[in-house]
Ligand binder design. Structure first.
Ligand SMILES: [Zn+2]
Length: 123
């Protein structure tokens, strides 16, 4: 059931609340119960959030961001690197994995905020 108050909130405010893992409605309650598991209802304002599905959007955004962050670094650093290949593989794949783990929940919150604000599918 869409919240009629959702359209009263500024889209950029809702996106920022999602990025920092907060409820898009009140901005106080936590959006996630665990790493990527969103809460069913906001513990502060009671807004229903558990039914909103961001699907593949957060994963795509994460891939795009990690690629755009690491590609320029790799292209500038790797050709002049004196590291053994196995060290380069460990460092760069580890960094890509770490960045992905950091960005993914923020991307999911970002999408949930947008979907909630615009009465998207699942709301
Ligand atoms: Zn809330």
């Amino acid at each position: 059931m869409p919240n009629p108050d959702a359209h009263k909130l500024d889209l950029s405010l809702v996106m920022v609340r999602g990025l920092i893992g907060r409820c898009p409605h009140c901005g106080v309650g936590h959006l996630f119960a665990r790493y990527l598991k969103q809460v069913e209802v906001c513990p502060v304002c009671g807004e229903a959030l558990g039914h909103i599905r961001a699907d593949d959007g957060p994963a795509w955004l994460t891939i795009i961001l990690v690629g755009h962050i690491l590609a320029p670094i790799l292209l500038n650093v790797v050709p002049d690197s004196t590291w053994p290949d196995w060290v380069s593989v460990l460092v760069w794949t580890g960094l890509a994995g770490l960045l992905s783990l950091m960005i993914l929940p923020r991307a999911k919150g970002f999408f949930i905020g947008i979907i909630w604000r615009n009465d998207g599918p699942g709301t």
